[in-house]
Ligand binder design. Structure first.
Ligand code: SIN
Ligand code: FE2
Length: 220
């Protein structure tokens, strides 16, 4: 019967992606970045060829397990003197690579889908996780303009995202983030504590043993 056949068709791949609410002002857009996955990863390769991934030192003197680089007008850096946004890559003395248009456009589109139209990021921090890499609970609070949201894109191996509250002691929820998922948090959730548990090993068809995370910020 044609009716049964129709019923058995897979879900429409063009249907709008699922939106999950994490908290007021915060959502996960499942699979949102998948339509540009190859372009995003090519752009990450270009950026990291000019500004290589490196493991920064915290103000407390510890080396971070996440390797980082940046693109855009400003890049997030940490050293013994503290955290800051810097227009120059301290490793090369050159400006960070420009933000590729495919990144900027995706960030804008995701913010809009999450209810934050007109998002104009000037910084994209690129995080690289290998098996065992973690990112402890923290707030993104080095930006001058806290009205703009944070847009965070997951690529490659899946991770467990810790989504806490406005106090460090708030017990975090554990959210699984897979390739292509985008998390957007702003408004009342802008200063929520978040982090990533140690990455489990795996082999992703596009990134191998890595997870790449892009976080877009408006710093000024
Ligand atoms: C971050 O908080 O900067 C990164 C979060 C993530 O890797 O998903
Ligand atoms: Fe963060």
């Amino acid at each position: 019967m044609t009716f049964d056949l129709f019923d058995a068709l897979p879900a429409d791949p063009d249907a709008s992606p699922a939106i999950e609410t994490l908290a007021p002002g915060a959502v996960v857009l499942r699979g949102f970045a998948r339509d540009v996955e190859q372009d995003l990863l090519a752009a990450v390769r270009d950026v990291s060829a000019a500004a290589p991934f490196r493991n920064l030192i915290t103000p407390g003197g510890l080396r971070m397990s996440v390797a980082m680089t940046n693109c855009g007008d400003a890049g997030w850096v940490s050293d013994r003197t503290g955290y800051r946004y810097d227009p120059v890559d301290p490793q090369s003395g050159e400006h960070w690579p420009a933000m590729p248009e495919v990144l900027r456009a995706l960030a804008r589109r995701a913010a809009e889908a999450a209810g934050y139209p007109g998002f104009a990021p000037d910084a994209c921090l690129i995080n690289r996780y290998l098996p065992g890499t973690r990112l402890s609970l923290h707030q993104d609070r080095d930006e001058l303009d806290l009205r703009a949201p944070i847009v965070s894109v997951s690529l490659g191996l899946p991770a467990t995202f810790l989504w806490g509250g406005l106090r460090r002691a708030d017990r975090p929820d554990r959210i699984r983030l897979a390739h292509g998922d985008v998390v957007v948090w702003g408004g009342p959730s802008r200063l929520v504590f978040h982090g990533i548990t140690p990455l489990a090993d795996g082999d992703h068809p596009l990134t191998g043993h890595e997870r790449i995370n892009l976080t877009f910020r408006k710093t000024r």
